[in-house]
Write a protein that binds this ligand. Structure first.
Ligand SMILES: Cc1cc2nc3c(=O)[nH]c(=O)nc-3n(C[C@H](O)[C@H](O)[C@H](O)COP(=O)(O)OP(=O)(O)OC[C@H]3O[C@@H](n4cnc5c(N)ncnc54)[C@H](O)[C@@H]3O)c2cc1C
Ligand code: SF4
Length: 328
């Protein structure tokens, strides 16, 4: 049985108190929300904080509000709570669908949207217990010097695998971060860096407090996840797509690929190809082929990376077909 290492635990009741504790403890401290990512990582000695700052008692982080202006989702709102919220289901069905695809109901009862957005990157050579990793002399992401996926690579290529992220970015969501210097808001997309180790642009002392999703007016969105087991599995490829139609024509489009790099990837050429089209089969086929261009999966998850690359165009096409207006 894998055991947690020893650590000190704090349970602040306000954002200010959490930030004060983090500032005092520095890099030895980690925030924890539901703990469904952090605690398994600690058991495998992938993350080894000496101090854990629990966020569950901070009420401000657990608020969920949806109205005509959009949705404001506190970082500690659980995935189950989002699934249950009727107005979320009505206004953001693709986001709720993506959330329903995350792990299992008991884990979604614990896991939070903030924790999902900040999920550690994943790799077959890293998501192993300590002894397994020790047997291969570890790797660059933790305790070692080499990358076993691409030994010549100067950087880690572990994969961004959070289900909520591609669809949140497709919906133009924004993140709110708090630090001792105050609060800042940025497009969620800008929270990610294409580096398996430094995969967030967020400073370590910053606390994610909220995710804001603009009103869904006029936008249609869809989410597609590729995985081995339907019951539960991390994505090996995912697609978040959203379009705004004016009449039967696409006025704006956003296509975001997940699990094919260390950060979510925008398929920008495919997006611009869709603008002005009527989302018919030829337009979808052409844009989906273009979307496969920036999809660069590596050989570090389940399934062959060549097949995952090949599946990108098909999965994007499926996501887009769901967005096409009904034809007479
Ligand atoms: C068996 C299993 C299957 C899973 N399947 C999936 C899956 O299919 N898809 C998927 O996306 N995920 C999956 N997960 C991962 C995980 O359950 C979810 O991503 C979940 O949403 C993580 O949320 P959490 O609150 O538990 O995160 P935590 O473990 O609490 O935190 C995750 C990270 O975010 C940091 N953090 C958390 N909240 C904040 C905050 N407010 N500010 C700053 N830092 C913060 C923590 O320090 C930690 O580094 C799976 C996990 C398990 C164990
Ligand atoms: S991509 Fe390379 S460095 Fe990163 S976790 Fe995998 S093996 Fe380690």
């Amino acid at each position: 049985m894998m055991r947690l290492p020893k650590f000190r635990y704090f349970a602040p009741t306000s954002v200010r108190e959490a930030l004060r504790i983090k500032a005092g403890e520095g890099p030895d401290a980690a925030y924890v929300a539901g703990g469904t990512d952090l605690y398994p990582n600690m058991k495998r000695r992938q993350q080894t904080p000496k101090v854990v700052i629990g966020l569950a008692r901070i009420r401000a982080l657990g608020k969920l509000r949806v109205d005509d202006g959009g949705a404001s989702i506190g970082a500690s709102v659980t995935l189950s709570e989002i699934e249950r919220q009727r107005r979320m289901r009505r206004s953001y069905p693709a986001l709720v669908h993506a959330i329903e695809e995350i792990s299992t109901p008991p884990l979604r009862n614990m896991g939070t949207l903030g924790g999902n957005a900040l999920l550690d990157t994943r790799c077959n050579y890293y998501d192993q217990n300590y002894e397994w990793r020790q047997a291969i002399d570890f790797c660059m992401k933790k305790d070692g010097t080499i990358c076993w996926v691409a030994p010549g690579s100067p950087k880690c290529l572990a994969v961004q695998s959070a289900d909520s992220v591609p669809i949140l970015i497709a919906l133009s969501a924004r993140a709110v971060l708090a630090s001792p210097d105050g609060e800042r808001e940025l497009p969620l997309e800008e929270l990610y860096a294409n580096d398996g180790i430094q995969y967030l642009t967020k400073r370590p002392d910053e606390l994610l407090t909220e995710i804001r999703v603009p009103k869904s007016d006029g936008w249609r969105a869809s989410y597609k996840k590729l995985r081995r087991r339907g019951a539960f599995d991390f994505p090996v490829l995912s697609v978040g797509a959203a379009v705004r139609l004016e009449g039967e024509r696409v006025a704006e489009a956003r296509i975001v690929l997940g699990a094919v790099a260390s950060a979510p990837v925008r398929a920008l050429r495919a997006e611009s190809m869709l603008v002005g089209s009527s989302l018919d089969i030829p337009a979808i086929t052409e844009a989906a082929a273009a979307a496969a261009g920036p999809s660069k999966p590596m050989d570090n998850t389940d399934h062959s990376f060549l097949w995952r690359k090949e599946m990108t165009a098909r999965w994007v096409a499926q996501a887009l077909r769901e967005l096409a207006p009904p034809r007479a």
